[in-house]
Design a protein around this ligand. Structure first.
Ligand SMILES: *Cc1c(COP(=O)(O)O)cnc(C)c1O
Length: 366
């Protein structure tokens, strides 16, 4: 008996290359696109370890938990790390990046997370890219949570290493990711004696064994299921239209924010400024005296299908995440999230108005 997930024909080199090209078109990039066969943490770590070494002075921008992880990798590589942390309810500004360069002109690498699904903020990459380019530093961007939800334009923004993943706004499974690599980034990696080689983390291996050979022979058996899923994701986005997909995420964020404010009960947007709130996911601050994780647990008991989660780690107390991305970037998911939150708040005796929240969400959607 054949099985659609199990009995797959081998993925040819030509097919693999065509999926890379499709991802490149999604990102409007002329750079090389590498699909390193793993969850997004793989290219993120591969990119950082590829370029960083004891000679590197890295500006590591921390606007959420991923920035912290990248700083640890950079230190692990022997780089001098300048951490620029901003409160998770805001975004970093290009001015702050300029100031960091003024204080430390030796910075030659900048790592930034575009949007943070975990904290709900988004950073002005285009403006920051101008500053980074003016100083000649290499620019690494984690666009896992932004791709599909808002524009991600590595070439226009001067991003040298742009990592995406399929599991957020692209609406795909975890386990597939890609990274675009500029010529400058390849040069830095080739000159870095610490860059991983003959390793699963090595982007240079992909260049030397795959790209430089004209993408005719794959270095090892590709992860077929994941590659086909990535192709299907991009194809579905192409069919709906990237602009439409992004608009759906922007509407979901606006509707969730407006709905939460109208719901009452002391619920507030976690990110203060609308312009700094990510379209991929909306974070809310639990009313004082209410533990966010508890509230989410009750909301999920009322409706297990809603895309709600509590913040991770220490944020579990105060942060509610509405993960309205991918297939959940819909009116229905926003409405059911607000309704379930309204139920959980009302249960605690808080004064909420679900009908008004749904009306406000509908108005904001348009
Ligand atoms: C989701 C996400 C990733 C991928 O990490 P997982 O937790 O394994 O899904 C990386 N960076 C950012 C900014 C993300 O939001």
């Amino acid at each position: 008996m054949t099985h659609p997930l199990l009995d797959l024909a081998p993925l040819s080199a030509a097919h693999f290359a065509s999926i890379e090209d499709r991802v490149a078109r999604l990102l409007r990039t002329e750079q090389d696109v590498v699909i390193p066969q793993g969850e997004a943490l793989l290219p993120l770590e591969g990119a950082i370890r590829g370029v960083a070494g004891p000679g590197t002075t890295a500006l590591n921008v921390i606007t959420g938990p991923y920035g912290q992880t990248f700083g640890n990798w950079l230190r692990d590589c022997g780089a001098t790390v300048i951490d620029l942390a901003v409160p998770f309810h805001t975004a970093v500004t290009a001015g702050q990046i300029s100031e960091a360069f003024a204080e430390h002109p030796e910075i030659d690498f900048v790592s930034l997370v575009h949007a943070e699904a975990a904290t709900g903020n988004t950073n002005p990459v285009a403006e920051i890219g101008e500053v980074v380019r003016a100083h000649g530093a290499l620019f690494h961007l984690d666009a896992v949570a932004s791709v599909g939800a808002e524009p991600v334009l590595p070439d226009a923004w001067g991003v040298d290493l742009c990592v995406i993943g399929a599991q957020k706004a692209m609406g795909g499974p975890a386990g597939v990711s890609a990274v675009s690599v500029s010529e400058r980034a390849w040069t830095r990696m080739a000159a870095n004696p610490r860059a991983p080689r003959r390793s699963y983390l090595s982007l240079l291996d992909w260049k030397e064994r795959w790209i430089d050979g004209g993408r005719r022979a794959l270095p090892h058996a590709p992860a077929q299921l994941e590659m086909l899923a990535l192709e299907a994701c991009v194809e579905r986005i192409e069919r709906e239209g990237l602009e439409t997909v992004m608009a759906r995420h922007a509407s979901a964020a606006a509707a969730t924010r407006a709905g939460a404010l109208a719901l009452g009960g002391g619920l507030e947007p976690y990110v203060h400024e609308v312009a700094q709130a990510a379209p991929v996911a909306t974070t809310l601050r639990a009313p004082s005296g209410v533990v966010a994780a508890e509230l989410v647990r009750r909301a999920l008991e009322a409706d297990p299908a809603v895309p709600l989660a509590a913040g991770g780690g220490p944020l579990a107390k105060e942060m509610i995440r509405v993960n309205h991305y991918g297939a959940d970037a819909t009116r229905a998911a926003v409405r059911s999230s607000l309704t379930a939150l309204g139920f959980a708040l009302a249960e605690r005796g808080l004064d909420v108005d679900v009908a008004e929240a749904l009306r406000a969400a509908e108005r904001a959607w348009q």
